[in-house]
Each structure stands twice: as structure tokens, then as C-alpha cells.
Write a protein that binds this ligand. Structure first.
Ligand code: F6P
Length: 502
């Protein structure tokens, strides 16, 4: 439950006061733009692909956020501000797929310092329970601030008077405050897609006050889990000394006088359940899932892992557990196969390079030891696939392994459930993934406990059909009722209520 204590036990330190009084930035005053609804995210919702004739074209990116917001963008005269993925390339604003897109330019050095550096080598490991040690560099922080100003200026120039602006994720935590300073007329929401760490971990961040103040520029701050919101509220009380009552934060003016209320709430993100369920009935997808099973030599049990190749996902733990089950002769090749899809991610960041070497080393060792001429132990695929192929894989898999060491939500778990209208299949789910709050009928695991993980995998494999169907039915109800459209609607409705309530 959110705490109801007020701030007064923990007065802010002198550093906090000095930080709080720091001028917002030297950012430009913005002109008013044309759009009533503006999304600000690190990436644009489209990817550039090469068409068959060699020309470049844009295609909508896969993923829940785009699916959820595209209809809102179309109906509300919306614009999306984000990076288009290439370095040192200036693009003009353009319309694509019914959306107005505003590209933000990043140089190669911006990507190294702001994206690979501060976002993904400082904040990402810090916010994921320091699974890997975060690095703190002032040059990275300086560039993070500069790029946040660039995004804020672009959003400010796009938003019409009184527009709603929704800022997404940890790469842009300073944008809400910057934007409010440039455009006090805006209604600003912020959603943190990744976990917000416990205060004792957040404490390490040398710029903790600045980050908290940055986020607090928003009227509504959304988190995946209630525990993330609680961690944030605790940090606000401790480091800024602001009064927090229930989920409401009293954000004072620079001189300390009462000013406005910001709210922190849990809004767990979801998937386009209807799309996944519809694909799962598509004859071509069903045929493909049969083909996958046959290509794997028709084993009794297909175990499946689908992740970005990221150290937070617990891929090493999963492969270790599977390798030990083979060594213990609990499972054998031919009877069981683990399919691991690991899509390439952040390939220039040190910890990701090491992770790839480790994972590929263990897969090679296990396959070298246990493969036969006709069957493989681990089918490892370092690729991304279109959603149709993913659904075919979900349908082919008897057991889905989601063993994240820490994960904001994990949409793969929800997609697996949505695909199984046939009520087949069992989900093994880490208790450290946000999805565990909603999918209580999965086989919940602590992935650090390798023996426990092995037992849970065997429990899932041996689960009587009736029992796995019962669990799948309950989980499907959750996922189909709470889809991604509902997530965005609930957040935006709550954001629109901020004035009346506060
Ligand atoms: O939630 C974290 C996130 O930024 C997602 O929005 C995104 O799908 C994933 O991490 C990978 O992001 P990127 O490739 O931009 O680092």
C-alpha cells in the first residue's frame, strides 16, 4: 500500500536544497505547436526498412506502446517525438501510418554518451537491482541533460495550447520538468516502463535529486507495479523532503510556497491481446507451429524462451537449469528441446557483448555434450521475428520460460497466455517480473534458485492437463480484459482528472 506518512521526519539535505533551486535549464522558450496530444519517447514508432526495389520505407515498429497509442494519435490529432534510429542524420517531420512524426537528431557521440552510456550503462543496471554494476560518469550525465532538453524543446514546439504530452521511460526523466518550465499550460504525463529501484539502490545515483525533480514535472507519473510507485514516493520524501500523502506529492515552488500536486500510480502495461488471439487462430500460423514442432524432430516437450539478449532476462540461469536437467537425466535430448530466441540488443554496450559470449558459450557446450544427429538440446536463435512467427512459436511451446532477474513487466509472458485460447501450455514466470502481479496462476519462480527453477520446470512439464488448462483460463481472462488499449485509456483518463481532483 502507498505510504501515508508526511515528509517531515526527513528534512532535505543542503545539497537537496541547492539542487532544487538550480535553474531549470538554459532551454529556449518554445513557440506553441499544432498538436493536441504529443507522445515523447526515445524512439519513433517506425523503423526504416529496405523495400524489395531497394528503396527505403518506414514500417510501424512492433510492440505494445505503438499499438496502444496509434489509435489515440489518430483520433486526437497527435504527434510523436522521438529518435529515428540513425546517427548524424537530420530528417524533417513527416506523416506515416496516420501519425505525425517528429524526428530528434542524435549524433554518434550523443548515442554513445546519452543512450549507450547514461541510459543503458548507468540507469538500466541501477534500476534493475544492480544485476550489473552501473557506471557513473559526469560526461554521460551532461549529455543526458542536453539530449533531454532537445526532446523537451521538440515536444514544446509541437504541442498546442493546453495539449496533453505523454513522456515515456527512463531515457527522458528530465523532460517533464523542462517541458513544464517551457510550457506551463500543458498537461504532462510520465510513464516509467522499467522498475523504479528501492531507495537504498537509487541512493547511489550522484544526480538523484535532479532525476526526481525532473520526473516531478509531470502531473501523473505511472509505474508498472505498486511497489515501483512506493519506491519512488519514498525517494521523493527522503531526498526532496516533499510532503507525500497517499499517492499525492505536494510539489512546492522554487521558493518553497505550495504549488501543485503530482500523483504517482501503478498502471501495468499490457499487450494487444485480440491481435495475438486472432493470429493464434490463423490457419497459416497454426500450420507454421506444426512445422516448427516437426522441424525440431517432434519432441515430447518444447520449452521456449523469448527475450531481448539482455542480462536482466535470466537467460544464463534458464540455460544452466536446463543443462543440469539433462545432466541429471531428468530430461533427455529427443524427449525435450529448449528453443531460445534472443533478439539482438544494445550490441555496442560492454555487458551485452559479454552476455552474448557467455550465452553462446553455454549453448555450444550443452549442444556439444548432448546433441544427437537428429535432435538438438538447445535451438538458439539470435534474431528478431515478426509477430506471426512468434505466435507460431508460442503455440508450438509446451512450457514458456520467463526467468527474468528483474523486469518492469515482461510482455512475452502475456503474449504466451493470449495465444493459448486452446488452454494448452504452462507458463513458468519469475516473481521478479512485473507480470507476476497479474499472472498469479503461472508457476512462479525465483530464478536465482537453480534447484527451485529445475523443480518448477519439471512441475510445469508434468502438470496434469486439467490443471494447466484451469490456470491458463484464469490468466487469459486477466490478459484479455486488461489489454494495452485499456492501459493507455486508464492512464490518460487519470491524467485528465488531475485538475478536478487536485
Ligand atoms: O522498456 C525498456 C525499453 O526501452 C523498451 O521500451 C524497448 O522495447 C526496449 O527497452 C529496448 O529498447 P532499445 O532497443 O531502444 O534500447
Amino acid at each position: 500500500m502507498p505510504s501515508t506518512a508526511s515528509s517531515n521526519q526527513n528534512p532535505p539535505s543542503t545539497t537537496a536544497l541547492r539542487e532544487r533551486r538550480a535553474p531549470v535549464t538554459a532551454a529556449k522558450k518554445a513557440v506553441t505547436g499544432d498538436f493536441d496530444f504529443v507522445v515523447v519517447a526515445n524512439r519513433l514508432p517506425v523503423d526504416r526498412v529496405t523495400a524489395e526495389d531497394g528503396s527505403a520505407e518506414w514500417r510501424r515498429s512492433p510492440g505494445g506502446l505503438v499499438t496502444a497509442l496509434a489509435p489515440v494519435m489518430a483520433s486526437a490529432d497527435g504527434a510523436w517525438v522521438g529518435w529515428h534510429g540513425a546517427t548524424d542524420e537530420k530528417l524533417e517531420e513527416f506523416n506515416e501510418d496516420g501519425m505525425h512524426l517528429v524526428p530528434v537528431q542524435l549524433s554518434q557521440e550523443d548515442v554513445e554518451l546519452y543512450y549507450e552510456g547514461f541510459s543503458n550503462s548507468t540507469l538500466w543496471p541501477l534500476y534493475h537491482d544492480v544485476i550489473m554494476p552501473p557506471e557513473f560518469h559526469r560526461t554521460w550525465w551532461d549529455r543526458y541533460r542536453e539530449i533531454n532538453i532537445r526532446f523537451a524543446e521538440s515536444a514544446a514546439a509541437s504541442a498546442s495550447k493546453g495539449a496533453t504530452v505523454w513522456v515515456q521511460d527512463y531515457q527522458l526523466q528530465l523532460v517533464p520538468r523542462l517541458l513544464r518550465a517551457m510550457r506551463p499550460d500543458l498537461k504532462i504525463g510520465f510513464f516509467n516502463h522499467i522498475p523504479f529501484p528501492p531507495m537504498e539502490i537509487f541512493a547511489q545515483l550522484p544526480w538523484r535529486h535532479r532525476v526526481l525533480e525532473g520526473i516531478l514535472g509531470a502531473d501523473l507519473i505511472g509505474f508498472q507495479r505498486q511497489s515501483d510507485a512506493n519506491n519512488f514516493l519514498r525517494c521523493v520524501r527522503r531526498y526532496l523532503g516533499f510532503t507525500v500523502k497517499s499517492q499525492r506529492i505536494h510539489v512546492p515552488d522554487e521558493d518553497g510556497s505550495p504549488r501543485r500536486i503530482a500523483r504517482a500510480e501503478a498502471h501495468p502495461i499490457s499487450i494487444d491481446s485480440a491481435l495475438i488471439a486472432q493470429l493464434a487462430e490463423d490457419p497459416a500460423v497454426l500450420e507454421r507451429s506444426r512445422e516448427i514442432r516437426a522441424d525440431l524432430g517432434d519432441p515430447d516437450v518444447i520449452l521456449l524462451g523469448v527475450d531481448r539478449l539482455d542480462y536482466t532476462k535470466g537467460i544464463r540461469h534458464r540455460i544452466k537449469a536446463f543443462g543440469e536437467l539433462l545432466a541429471d537425466r531428468e530430461l533427455s535430448v529427443g524427449q525435450a528441446t529448449l528453443v531460445q530466441v534472443a533478439s539482438p540488443s544494445r550490441e555496442h554496450v560492454g555487458h551485452y557483448i559479454t552476455l552474448r559470449e557467455d550465452v553462446e558459450g553455454s549453448v555450444g557446450r550443452i549442444n556439444g555434450e548432448y546433441d544427437t544427429m537428429s535432435h538438438t538440446a538447445v535451438r538458439y536463435l539470435h534474431h528478431s521475428y515478426p509477430v506471426e512467427e512468434m505466435v507460431a512459436l508460442y503455440l508450438a511451446a509446451d512450457v514458456m520460460l520467463v526467468t527474468a532477474l528483474r523486469d518492469g513487466m515482461n510482455l512475452v509472458a502475456k503474449e504466451y497466455v493470449a495465444a493459448h485460447a486452446d488452454k494448452r501450455g504452462t507458463l513458468v514466470l519469475s516473481e521478479f517480473a512485473g507480470a507476476a502481479d497479474q499472472l498469479r496462476h503461472a508457476v512462479l519462480v525465483n530464478p536465482h534458485d537453480i534447484d527451485g527453477l529445475k523443480e518448477s520446470i519439471m512441475e510445469a512439464i508434468r502438470m496434469p492437463e486439467q490443471e494447466s488448462a484451469r490456470r491458463m483460463r484464469i490468466m487469459r481472462r486477466q490478459v484479455t480484459t486488461n489489454d494495452v488499449a485499456r492501459w493507455s485509456r486508464d492512464f490518460l483518463e487519470s491524467l485528465s482528472r488531475t485538475d478536478e481532483e487536485d
